[in-house]
Write a protein that binds this ligand. Structure first.
Ligand code: TXA
Ligand code: MG
Length: 344
C-alpha cells in the first residue's frame, strides 16, 4: 500500500479528512501520542485498524470527538459525573468510559457495552475530526506491543505501507497516552493513569478508585477492567529491569554492570552506555521522554537495561505504570539492606 505523507496545512488536513470519510486509515498527532484513525462508525474501517496494528480484537478503541456535545449520540447517558469532568477538562488528555449507544458498533467497543470517548487538546487532531465529519476511532499508532509513538518517525517505522496516510504534526506534547477513567461502574475507576492525574479528577468528582492492575501485575485469573491491561505493553526488544534505589545506590549498582545499558535521569552519573528519560523531580519531562527512550535503546542494540525507578505521584503514576509494563514487572529492590528481591 502507498502511504501518503501529509503536512498540517488546511489543504492537507482536508485531504486526510476525506480519506477517513472514505473508510481509509490515517495516523495523526495528538497531545499524548500519535493515533491511528478511522471512521468510528464504519465497522470495516475500524476492523482494518486492528489488522494494521496486529491488535487483539477484544481490546476496544477510544473514539475521538471535536466538540464536547459530540459525545451525546455515542453514549446512553452523559451522567452528572461525566458532565462535570467534560466541563472541567475537555479538550484534554482524558478518556471517559460510559455505556455506549446503539450507534457505536461492537468492533470499536471490542464487544463491550461501553465506549471510551476523548476530545483531544491537539488542534490538528480536532481539525482532522471536523474535516472527516465523523468521530474517529484511534488507538496509539504503533505496532501492538511496541512503545506508543511520540514522534512521526516512529509512526513511519511501524505503519509505512500498512495504512493510507500519516500527518506529520511534530513531537507530541505529553508523550504518554491519555488518562482512562470508567464511569460505567458504581465507583469511578482509574484504568490507566496519564497527564490528568487522580488528584485533578478527585478535585472535580470526589474520591475515585484505582484499578489494581495500574500499579501491579495482573494475576492470571484476574478479569481485566480494561482489556488493554492484560496484554504485554510498551515492550522494547531489550530486557528491562527496574532498580528501586536512590541516586547514589543506583549509580554504584549500574556502574559495576557490564554489557548493560542504563535508563536513567538526566543528572545521574552513569559510566555505562545510557539513555535518559527526563529529570528526577519533573514527572512531565519523564512522561515526554520515556517511550522515545525505550525506542532509542532498541536502536542502540541494548539487550539488558537497568532503569531508575520514577516516583509514583502525580504524572509519575503514569510514568511508573508504563515502565513496569516495559519491564514485564521485573524490579530489583535495593532499598532494603542486605536483601535483593526479584519480583515478577
Ligand atoms: O492518548 C491516547 O489515549 C491515545 C491517543 C491516540 O488518543 N490513544 C490510545 O489508545 O492510547 P489505545 O487503544 O492505545 O489505548 C486505549 C486503552 C486500552 O487500554 C483499552 O483497553 C482501553 O483504553 N479501553 C478502550 N475502550 C474501553 C472500554 N470500553 N472499557 C475499558 N477499557 C477501554
Ligand atoms: Mg496503545
Amino acid at each position: 500500500m502507498n502511504t501518503k505523507l501529509f503536512g498540517t496545512s488546511e489543504y492537507d488536513i482536508a485531504e486526510a479528512g476525506k480519506m477517513i470519510a472514505q473508510g481509509k486509515l490515517v495516523a495523526f498527532p495528538t497531545e499524548t501520542v500519535y493515533g491511528l484513525g478511522a471512521d468510528a462508525l464504519n465497522d470495516e474501517a475500524v476492523h482494518n485498524i486492528y489488522r494494521a496494528k496486529g491488535r487483539p480484537s477484544d481490546n476496544p478503541l477510544i473514539v475521538h470527538i471535536a466538540e464536547k456535545e459530540d459525545i451525546v449520540p455515542l453514549v446512553k447517558e452523559v451522567t452528572p459525573k461525566a458532565k462535570a469532568l467534560i466541563d472541567a477538562f475537555f479538550p484534554a488528555p482524558l478518556t471517559i468510559i460510559l455505556n455506549k449507544s446503539d450507534k457505536v458498533g461492537k468492533v470499536v467497543s471490542g464487544g463491550l457495552d461501553t465506549v471510551a470517548v476523548r476530545m483531544p487538546k491537539n488542534e490538528i487532531a480536532r481539525k482532522l475530526i471536523k474535516a472527516s465529519g465523523c468521530p474517529i476511532a484511534a488507538p496509539s499508532a504503533n505496532t501492538s506491543g511496541l512503545p506508543s509513538p511520540t514522534r512521526v518517525k516512529y509512526v513511519i517505522d511501524d505503519m509505512m505501507g500498512k495504512i493510507d496516510g500519516i500527518i506529520d504534526g511534530g513531537d507530541c506534547e505529553y508523550g504518554v497516552e491519555s488518562t482512562v477513567i470508567t464511569l460505567a461502574t458504581d465507583v469511578p475507576t482509574l484504568l490507566r493513569p496519564g497527564a490528568i492525574t487522580k488528584e485533578m479528577i478527585e478535585a472535580v468528582i470526589g474520591e475515585i478508585t484505582v484499578a489494581p492492575a495500574v500499579l501491579e501485575g495482573m494475576k492470571n485469573d484476574e478479569v481485566a477492567a480494561s482489556p488493554g491491561m492484560k496484554y504485554k505493553h510498551y515492550a522494547p526488544k531489550a530486557k528491562v529491569v527496574i532498580v528501586n534505589a536512590d541516586k547514589k545506590t543506583y549509580e554504584d549498582f549500574v556502574n559495576s554492570r557490564k554489557d548493560a545499558f542504563a535508563l536513567c535521569f538526566d543528572d545521574d552519573e552513569v559510566t555505562i552506555p545510557k539513555v535518559t528519560f527526563g529529570k528526577e523531580n519533573d514527572d512531565l519531562s519523564q512522561a515526554k521522554e520515556l517511550f522515545d527512550a525505550l525506542r532509542e535503546l532498541d536502536e542502540m542494540g541494548a539487550k539488558k537495561v537497568y532503569a531508575r525507578i520514577p516516583h509514583k505521584d502525580g504524572v509519575g503514576m503514569a510514568v511508573y505504570n508504563r515502565l513496569i509494563r516495559a519491564a514485564a514487572f521485573c524490579i530489583i529492590d535495593l532499598t532494603k539492606p542486605f536483601t535483593v528481591g526479584l519480583t515478577g
